[in-house]
Write a protein that binds this ligand. Structure first.
Ligand code: UDX
Length: 448
C-alpha cells in the first residue's frame, strides 16, 4: 500500500510545471521536509533554477529555493520519467490558460496525464494543483486508465489558495488545506504529506474530487464578489459624499461579513480572479445553470477599470490632452511583477487615446509591462522621481510601499508642475495630503 511505503521515510514527490503554483508548492513541500523534484519542459528555466535564477518575483522564494537545494531536498529536471520514478505523489501544476471561450484550456493537463500513464509507479497518487474545472479529475482518471489499464493509481484534487506576493506564508501557514479524493489510499497518503501542517493545527478538509475542484472556483469568485461589491459602494460614496474607508471598517467588523477583501481599488486583476470568474460562469452555463451574480461581478469589474481612466481625466480638470501624467505602479497589486489583467493595462491605453503623455514606473513590473502596453507611446522611467519630474499630475495604480511614505509626498509637491495626485489605492489619509497642499483624489472619499 502506498501509505505503508511512506511510513517513517522521507516521502518523495514530483511537481510537474514550474510556473507560479508549481514552483512555490514544490519549494514549500521541500521546506516541510519532503524530497521534491520539480519538472518542466522548458530547458532554459530548469538551467536557470539550477543556478538559483528564479523566473518570477516572489518575496523570499529565491532564498527558500537555495536553502532546500543545498539541503538536497529540492531539485529540478526536464526528465519527467526520472522525476516520477519512486514518487508517492505527483502534482500536476501545469498552466490552464483561458481557452478563448471563457473556459480553461486543459491541453497541458491532459498531455501530462498521458505521460504519467507511461511513467508512474503503481500506487502513485496523481494530484491536480492547477485550478481545473469540475470533472477534470475524472478525465485524468480515464486518460491514465485508458493508456495503461494495468496501472494501479489514485487521483486527488488539492487546489492551492496562494496569493502572489505572500505565497510562501500562504502555503506554510494556510487557513486550510483542501484534499478531494474518493480513494482511501490516496487520502492516507495526502494526510501523511500534510502532517507537518496538520501537526501545527492547520485544518485539512477532505471532500470528493468534484467538490474540491469547485470549491477553488467558489472561493475565488466569492472574494472577487466582495471586491466588486465594495467598489460599487465606493462609487455611491463618491456620489453621495460618504466615506468608503469608514464604511468598510464598520461593515467588516461584523464577523459575519469579515474585514478582508473589502478594500476598494481600481478593479481586481491578476491571473486568478478574472480567469476563474470567467471559468465559473462558463461552467455554470455548461451545466445549464446561470451564475448571475458572478456574471455581474465580471461585468462590473471590466467596466470599473475603464471608468478609472475617466476618473483620472476628471481629476485633471476634464482634459488630459498634451498633459504629462506620472503613472506609478503597473503590476496588478504590490509585491509582484505580474501584469496579468492589471487595471493599468486598461487605464493607460484610455489615457493615451485621450491625448495624455504617459510617464510610467513600477518597482518590479517594468519588463512585463513593456510587453503588454503600447511601447512607443509611453516614456519608461527608472524611478518615481523621474516619472514625476515636470508632470501635470500623478496617478497611483499599484499600492507599492514606496508610494505610501512622506518622501513620496514631498516629491509629488516639489517635482510635479501642479501637485495633483490621483490615488486609486487610498494610501493616504486626507490629513496627510491636505497639509502639503496636494489636490488629492482617491476612491470613495471626497476629493481634497
Ligand atoms: C488570489 C487568491 O487570493 C488566492 O487565494 C488564489 O489562489 C489566487 O488568486 P492573487 O491573485 O495573488 O490571489 O491576489 P489577491 O491578493 O487575492 O488580489 C487579487 C486582486 O484583488 C488584486 O488586483 C487586488 O489588488 C484586488 N483586491 C484584493 C482589492 O482590490 N481589494 C481587496 O480588498 C483585496
Amino acid at each position: 500500500m502506498a501509505h505503508e511505503r511512506i511510513k517513517g521515510l522521507s516521502m518523495k514527490i514530483a511537481v510537474i510545471g514550474t510556473g507560479y503554483v508549481g514552483l512555490v508548492s514544490g519549494t514549500c513541500f521541500a521546506e516541510l521536509g519532503l524530497d521534491v523534484v520539480c519538472v518542466d519542459k522548458d530547458k532554459q528555466k530548469i538551467k536557470d533554477l539550477d543556478h538559483n535564477i528564479v523566473p518570477i518575483f516572489e518575496p523570499g522564494l529565491d532564498v527558500l529555493i537555495k536553502k532546500n537545494v543545498e539541503a538536497s531536498r529540492l531539485s529540478f529536471t526536464t526528465d519527467l520519467k526520472h522525476a516520477v520514478s519512486g514518487a508517492e505523489v505527483v502534482f500536476i501544476a501545469v498552466g490552464t490558460p483561458p481557452d478563448g471561450h471563457g473556459g480553461a484550456d486543459l491541453t497541458y493537463v491532459h498531455n501530462v496525464a498521458r505521460e504519467l500513464a507511461a511513467t508512474i509507479d503503481d500506487e502513485t497518487v496523481v494530484v491536480t494543483k492547477s485550478t481545473v474545472p469540475v470533472g477534470t479529475g475524472e478525465q485524468i482518471q480515464s486518460i491514465i486508465s485508458k493508456e495503461n489499464p494495468k496501472l494501479k493509481f489514485y487521483v486527488a484534487s488539492n487546489p492551492e489558495f496562494l496569493r502572489e506576493g505572500c505565497a510562501i506564508e500562504d502555503f506554510l501557514k494556510p487557513d486550510r488545506v483542501l484534499v478531494g479524493t474518493e480513494a482511501s489510499e490516496a487520502r492516507s497518503v495526502m494526510e501523511a504529506l500534510y502532517r507537518p501542517l496538520s501537526d501545527r493545527n492547520v485544518f485539512v478538509i477532505h471532500t470528493d474530487i468534484k467538490t474540491a475542484e469547485l470549491t477553488k472556483y467558489a472561493a475565488n469568485a466569492y472574494l472577487a464578489t466582495k471586491i466588486g461589491f465594495i467598489n460599487e459602494i465606493a462609487d455611491i460614496c463618491e456620489a453621495s459624499g460618504a466615506n468608503i474607508e469608514d464604511l468598510s471598517r464598520a461593515m467588516g467588523i461584523d464577523h459575519r461579513i469579515g474585514a478582508n477583501y473589502l478594500k476598494p481599488g481600481p478593479g481586481f486583476g491578476g491571473s486568478c480572479f478574472p480567469k476563474d470568474t470567467l471559468a465559473l460562469r462558463k461552467m455554470s452555463d455548461d451545466y445549464n445553470r446561470h451564475a448571475n451574480i458572478v456574471d455581474a461581478v465580471i461585468r462590473s469589474n471590466d467596466q470599473r477599470k475603464i471608468a478609472m481612466a475617466s476618473k483620472i481625466i476628471q481629476a485633471c480638470g476634464g482634459d488630459v490632452k498634451g498633459k504629462n501624467l506620472a503613472i506609478l505602479g503597473l503590476a496588478f497589486k504590490a509585491n509582484t511583477d505580474d501584469m496579468r489583467e492589471s487595471a493599468s493595462v486598461y487605464i493607460i491605453p484610455e489615457l493615451i487615446k485621450n491625448g495624455a503623455k504617459i510617464n510610467a514606473y513600477d518597482p518590479q513590473a517594468m519588463q512585463q509591462a513593456k510587453a503588454l502596453l503600447p511601447q512607443k507611446e509611453i516614456i519608461w522611467h527608472d524611478s518615481a522621481k523621474d516619472a514625476l519630474k515636470g508632470g501635470d499630475a500623478a496617478v497611483i495604480i499599484t499600492e507599492w510601499e514606496e508610494f505610501a511614505d512622506n518622501g513620496f509626498l514631498n516629491d509629488v509637491t516639489t517635482l510635479l508642475k501642479t501637485p495633483i495626485l490621483v490615488d486609486l489605492r487610498n494610501l493616504y489619509t486626507h490629513d496627510r495630503v491636505q497639509r502639503r497642499g496636494i489636490a488629492y483624489h482617491s476612491i470613495g472619499r471626497k476629493p481634497v
